[in-house]
Design a protein. Structure first.
Length: 281
């Protein structure tokens, strides 16, 4: 069975505030529930000490650090669960999980936690529905965070090049549990597939006159090629607003995922510039 390696290639000197407080037991909330149990198993006695010391200091639901912790825990455990859905974890799925961690530039301790969460999600007794229900509750109606979560899971599921039927069933179940309608899931899937082709074509043709296809650029903005120039601009502004790293972090996205959000806005901007050029806007 494939497992994520525990190398030291992502060592870093800075531990960002929310994780540093959590790992050290100096946090001001008790997460509890299945997400708290999963994280407690990863952190062990350090978390136990923090819980005992601060058990009376629970913060209000929706607090940023609390949401960050829930997002991080749910992201990697559900990613591990999805990777195992089709019977075995492929090398491509392992590589995708490691790529997510690499983009986040995790320090050694945080990366180790992400790996353990991923591997915990692969276990047959992983409480998927309970994790999703708590994650939705902790997000406190932050639809942009839930959408970002789905996008990350889609990227992982597409690691092998396509989504298998078993994976699609679980992804649809995840969306249903999180209140994401199927039509939005299909939109996000088309956008992520287009982004994969667009990024691949950009890398392949960066030293040539060729460009990624205009069709994929429109798919990234989630619009058809026959819309007006004004609609193109509105779609661009809407997506940039949804994926703006600072705004997402303010709503509870872990700081480590700012790089992923920044990469997303870069792809959106590139697609928009290609469409502008083709239209002469």
């Amino acid at each position: 069975m494939c497992c994520i390696s525990r190398g030291n290639e992502y060592d870093g000197e800075d531990t960002l505030s929310w994780w540093g407080k959590l790992a050290g037991g100096a946090f001001g909330f008790v997460l509890g529930g299945p997400l708290g149990a999963l994280l407690g198993a990863v952190l062990g006695h350090n978390l136990d000490r923090g819980l005992k010391a601060l058990e009376s200091e629970a913060l209000e639901p929706g607090d940023r650090e609390r949401v960050q912790t829930a997002f991080f825990t749910a992201t990697f455990t559900v990613m591990g669960h999805l990777a195992k859905v089709d019977g075995q974890v492929s090398r491509e799925e392992i590589a995708m999980a490691e790529a997510v961690m690499a983009r986040m530039e995790l320090d050694t301790e945080t990366r180790e936690a992400a790996i353990r969460l991923f591997n915990r999600g692969k276990q047959p007794d992983f409480p998927l529905d309970e994790v999703l229900d708590q994650f939705r509750s902790e997000c406190h109606r932050r639809s942009t965070l839930i959408q970002m979560f789905i996008e990350i899971q889609l990227q992982a599921a597409l690691a092998s090049g396509k989504i298998e039927p078993a994976e699609e069933r679980v992804l649809l179940h995840i969306c249903n549990r999180l209140g994401v309608p199927e039509f939005l899931f299909r939109q996000l899937l088309r956008m992520i597939e287009a982004e994969r082709r667009y990024t691949s074509d950009s890398a392949r043709h960066q030293d040539t006159a060729q460009k990624p296809t205009l069709k994929d650029a429109y798919a990234i903005l989630n619009i058809s090629s026959n819309v007006s120039d004004a609609e193109v601009k509105r779609a661009y502004r809407r997506l940039m607003n949804q994926h703006h790293p600072d705004k997402l972090v303010a709503k509870g996205l872990p700081e480590e995922m700012m790089k992923s959000a920044a990469d997303k806005t870069h792809e959106i901007r590139q697609a928009y510039e290609q469409i502008k050029s083709a239209r002469g806007i």
